[in-house]
Design a protein around this ligand. Sequence first.
Ligand SMILES: [Ca+2]
Ligand SMILES: [Ca+2]
Ligand SMILES: [Ca+2]
Length: 321
Amino acid sequence: MKSVYKFMFCVLCLMLLGGCSKRQEDPQVSTPASMSGRVVFRYQDAKSDDRGMGHYIYPVPLQDKKIGIFDMQNFTVRDLGDMVEFQVEFVRPVDRETVDGQFFQKGWAYQLIDIYIDTNRIKGEGLRRALPGRNLEFREEEAWDKVVVLTPSSSRDIDQYFAENSEYRDFYEMRRNIIAPDDVYAGTYTITARVRKSDVGTPQENWGYQVCVLGFDRDNIGRNGLYNMEVGTFATNKSFGGGTDYEGNTNVVDILSPSKEAQYQVLSQYRSNPGPDQNVLAILPMIYSKGKQNVPQNRSSSMNREPVEILVEPRYLKPVE
Ligand SMILES: [Ca+2]
Ligand SMILES: [Ca+2]
Ligand SMILES: [Ca+2]
């Protein structure tokens, strides 16, 4: 008789345990960004480097409780078969609404992300200029061929901008390679996008990537602005501080970098003048999944008073595993 009770007790325990573990699994099953597919590129970004070229200051309403929301910590590319998944992970949880209660279409509030891809590493192929308002460029042999733009608001705004602004002839000609996907999802710490291979191509071992994180400003749209927050001399309600009031400094607050020092070195190679023609833009290094990286390029005519000798950050040169 005793052994029957023992048996029944064990069965009851197993049923309870089974029930518990099932309940724990359920949320993962329903997450659209569940881990699947083959990882083709992964890069761990330095922490606490959401300061652009080193001394950018968050917009005033974000200074107290939101420090770290623009601090990227991982970037992952997965091959899902017909689709390619791009995932950016942040140090702090992704906000669903702004501090003053604004919501946007895609479910997050503050981050604007550009993912630049060099698909061929051929000099003269692709575009050297980053998108308007980023105030950055790429070296000739690392020019981007595709860019995936993740905006909290409508993707159509981005498509329309490039379709209508033919005065930016180079962007207009590249407009089919500027991809603003609708298939996006904000997780607790991540923003994930899925793009059809027919739009972006099949990731290859020799592709290079660079990711730019900016603040999102729905109202900044024009000659040198594409939904990005500006970085001025002083922080305001809608802009970062620690830059200049001209257009030479970048408005990007975090990029893929092996260390914060390497990022500050790269992004501080600019010259900002009242006349935009005299500006010198910092050069973003692409990071290649296979093969030797190029030495990040410095500007001899930049405002940076540091010696113009190139600081070689060895980890920028290492191939990614
Ligand atoms: Ca970071
Ligand atoms: Ca290229
Ligand atoms: Ca970084």
